[in-house]
Design a protein around this ligand. Structure first.
Ligand code: ATR
Length: 265
């Protein structure tokens, strides 16, 4: 996806994957800066650790407590690394794009999960002015902790724990249930039918269609997998590194080919 984006912009840049042990993350970030890298992306488990390892942190990344993108810059003869979070904006863009929505204001949302991805999504959706959010998680104490954060940081949103008593506009799966073929659904069919969501978004993108999406489609909901989130966090990162608009369609095509093309299924 990133290499296709660079090629479309005519940049002689390369995006490479490095497997870094968390204990060597600081050295890796400093080394990348010293070697003249333009920037980095970080994924689990580095997103939280990196917050303390960059010279500056963008305000949103600070608030979400996670960095997934670093941009290096030369300043006063020194190499400065600034941390950003492009995951949170990506959920908003992906939802709007998938369901052809102008905004998310006033929506009722059932969020499944209370881990890192759920937390970023909840805080960002609250910023977008959703009306009410229901939080459901296997470990109830984590849903309670997230509810407390949301209530204190986003007082305009109504925050409830547990399944909704009536219908909702959107169900958002931020659990890892669905990654494996034999996983149970992250919510029961009875609950799905009871809350009759218009839209069901699963953050999982491989498999292309999770059990939840299959069930939701059969129940008449509009559905989307999480490829749009992956695309848009990457497109925004590319914009931060290059200072140019991302060639989103070229990046989308490359991503989809690699995720689901015949050699990658
Ligand atoms: P991420 O960074 O992707 O959010 P995470 O922080 O490990 O990863 O969160 C994973 C989420 O999937 C959590 O909500 C987790 O529930 P717990 O908080 O109870 O662990 C949920 N999850 C993972 N495996 C699950 C399972 N077998 N059944 C139900 N929920 C599960």
């Amino acid at each position: 996806m990133q290499n296709a984006g660079f090629a479309a912009l005519g940049l002689n840049w390369r995006y490479l994957a490095f497997d870094v042990h968390p204990e060597r993350l600081r050295e890796a970030i400093e080394g990348a800066g010293a070697m003249g890298f333009v920037g980095l992306n970080l994924t689990v488990p580095h997103k939280l650790l990196a917050l303390e390892m960059v010279d500056e942190v963008d305000e949103r990344a600070q608030r979400l407590g996670a960095v997934n993108t670093i941009v290096f810059d030369e300043r006063d003869g020194r190499r400065i690394g600034k941390g950003f979070n492009t995951d949170a904006d990506a959920i908003v863009r992906a939802l709007q794009e998938a369901f052809e929505l102008d905004g998310l204001g006033g929506m009722s949302v059932l969020l499944l999960g209370a881990g890192g991805a759920a937390r970023s999504a909840a805080l960002r959706l609250a910023e977008e002015g959703i009306g009410v959010i229901y939080l459901v998680n296997r470990t109830a104490s984590k849903a309670t902790a997230l509810a407390e954060v949301l209530r204190s940081e986003c007082p305009t949103v109504e925050v409830r724990e547990g399944f909704p008593p009536g219908t909702v506009d959107l169900v958002l799966n931020a659990t890892s249930l669905g990654l494996k073929n034999d996983d149970t659904l992250p919510m029961g069919l009875e609950q799905l039918n009871a809350c009759r969501p218009r839209f069901v978004y699963d953050m999982i993108y491989r498999p292309m269609e999770t059990g939840l999406l299959r069930a939701a489609k059969a129940a008449g909901c509009r559905v989307s997998n999480g490829a749009g989130m992956l695309l848009h966090q990457g497109a925004r990162a590319l914009e931060l590194w290059t200072g140019r608009p991302a060639p989103v369609e070229e990046m989308r095509r490359a991503l989809e080919r690699h995720l689901w093309g015949e050699h990658y299924v």
